[in-house]
Ligand binder design. Sequence first.
Ligand SMILES: C[S@@+](CC[C@H](N)C(=O)[O-])C[C@H]1O[C@@H](n2cnc3c(N)ncnc32)[C@H](O)[C@@H]1O
Length: 247
Amino acid sequence: MDRKERLEEEFEVGEEDEAIHEYEALTDGYLHITASLIADEIASLAKARQGVAVDLGAGPGSLVRELSLRFPQLLVIGLDISLSMTKLARERAKVEGMKNVAFVVADVHHLPFQAQSLEVIVSHGAMHHWRRLDCALEQVKQSLAEKGFVYLSDLKRDTPDALVRHIASLLNQKQARAFLNSIQAAYTVEELAALVAAVGLDHMRVEPEAFSRRTIAKNIRKLKESPMRGMRQAAINLRLVRGAGTV
Ligand SMILES: C[S@@+](CC[C@H](N)C(=O)[O-])C[C@H]1O[C@@H](n2cnc3c(N)ncnc32)[C@H](O)[C@@H]1O
C-alpha cells in the first residue's frame, strides 16, 4: 500500500450517520481503551483548572466521558458535525449520569466559542477528516485561552504496512475499509509540524504518541484484555501537545 501521498477521505455527514453503528462497535471493542489512556495522559500533563474543555470531532463521546471523570471541575463539551453522533453521545452521557458534560453540533472550521475562552482543547481520531486542517488549527489558536492546554491525537499515515495489515485483520470488512481509508487520509509528524508552524501555534510539540509509564500502569488491566495489546501506540498514532506542565 503506497502511502507517500495523502488521500483525502470522502466525508459526508449522511455517510457518517450510516456508519454510526459500525463506529460504535469499534469504540466498544477498541477505542474506549484509547480514550481512557488519553484521558489519563492529559490528566498527568494538564493541571486542573476551572473553565471549559472541548473535544473536537467527539463522535460517540468516549473521550468526553473519560475526561469529565478526571476533571470534575471543568465543563467538558463534545463538538461534532454529525447530529446523529451527537445524539448518541448525549444519550450515553445521560445513561452514565454525567453532570459536567455538554454536546454541540458544529463544524471545527467555524468554532462557536469566544476568542481565548477555552482552557483545554482535545481531539482523537478526527483531524484526518477535516477538509482544511490549517483553518481548523487557526480556530483552535483563536479559541484557546492564553495558557490553554491542547492535546490533538490522530492516526499516523506512515504506520508500518505490517501493522496496518494486522489491525485491519482484526476488524470486520466495513471497519477495515474505513480504517484503511483513514490511514491513507492521515498526516505524518513532519506534515503536521509544518502546518502548526504555518498557522503560528506557539509552544506546540508534534510527535509520535507515547503514553507515560503512569498512564500505562493505570490502564494495564484493560490493555491486557484488549485486542490492541502489545501494539506500540507511537507506531500508529501521533499527537500535537501544547502547554504540558503550564496549565
Ligand atoms: C473517526 S470519528 C472519531 C470520533 C471520536 N473522537 C473517537 O475517537 O471515537 C471522527 C468524528 O469527526 C467528526 N467530524 C468530521 N468532520 C468534522 C468537522 N468538520 N467538524 C466537526 N466534527 C467533524 C465526525 O462526525 C466523527 O464523529
